[in-house]
Design a protein around this ligand. Structure first.
Ligand SMILES: Nc1nc2c(c(=O)[nH]1)N[C@H]1C(S)=C(S)[C@@H](COP(=O)(O)O)O[C@H]1N2
Ligand SMILES: [Mo]
Length: 245
């Protein structure tokens, strides 16, 4: 894992919206002191909308490995067999207009393509080209309610019997490189990489990038979800909820 936080230039100012979110009581329950320091330092050293580095096609990894779940069970093989024609992505929770989107709906939205480096805490990286709509487009279409604070990503797979999930705050949800990807290197996502939809949260570590995405749930608190840590690995290990790189 490469942490670039400390080498980035000084001079950015912490904007009001950022401190409001990081200091909210809900966030305080999720973040311990050191992690909260990391979140604030990361955002202080990076302008609010700083982009993760983007690369060129020459930099693409020849093979993008799969990690964690690489073949979900349950209902997934049935969807896989018919080319995900019946897959739906729900946008629900604290929104004015809940959505249920087909892959076709998602492919017809304005698209962003980005070549980025994925860093896994287990010590490997890979560069891939991802395409999909910005999460912000979906959230704006659904319309956030006033008490919206976090966005939870629900996944089709389970690890050791528990569903994988992840979450981010609204700053990362609305970041311009946060996309719902349906393609890797110009082709539909391979199953090992999260077909048919996976998140790309480019300024955070690999485990935040939820694969096999079934729902995007807007909430005001992470406490009642899973074991309250904000993600599958956050609930079970020392993995931090704010995994800025
Ligand atoms: N649904 C789901 N998402 C997941 C995982 C998983 O096991 N299930 N593993 C995470 C981890 S630890 C990493 S490093 C990346 C791996 O993405 P890849 O399989 O495309 O390499 O997915 C993340 N998202
Ligand atoms: Mo990972």
């Amino acid at each position: 894992m490469k942490r670039r936080t400390v080498i980035l230039g000084l001079g950015a100012t912490l904007v009001g919206g950022c401190s409001r979110i990081s200091e909210s009581s809900t966030a305080s329950r999720v973040l311990d002191t050191a992690e909260r320091w990391h979140l604030r330092a990361h955002r202080l050293l990076n302008p609010r909308d700083a982009l993760a580095p983007e690369f060129s096609k020459a930099d693409l990894s020849p093979f993008f490995r799969g990690n964690g779940t690489t073949q979900p069970g349950g209902q997934y093989p049935r969807h896989q067999a018919n080319g995900f024609a019946e897959w739906r992505l729900e946008v629900r929770g604290l929104v004015h207009h809940p959505l249920s989107l087909s892959l076709d709906n998602i492919r017809r939205l304005p698209q962003r393509t980005q070549i980025t480096r994925h860093d896994c805490v287990e010590g490997w990286s890979a560069i891939g080209e991802w395409t999909g709509p910005r999460l912000s487009v979906l959230l704006k279409a659904a319309g956030l309610r006033e008490n919206a604070r976090f966005v939870v990503f629900r996944c089709a797979d389970t690890l050791a019997g528990s569903p994988y999930y992840e979450s981010v705050d609204l700053l990362d949800a609305f970041h311009p490189q946060t996309i719902v990807a349906h393609s890797l290197n110009g082709a539909p996502l391979p199953v090992r990489n999260g077909a048919p939809l996976r998140m790309r949260i480019e300024r955070q570590l690999g485990y935040k990038h939820a694969k096999y995405l079934t729902a995007i749930e807007v909430v005001d608190s992470l406490a009642p979800i899973g074991r309250g840590g904000g993600g599958y690995w956050e609930d079970r290990s020392g993995y931090q909820w704010y995994a800025g790189i």
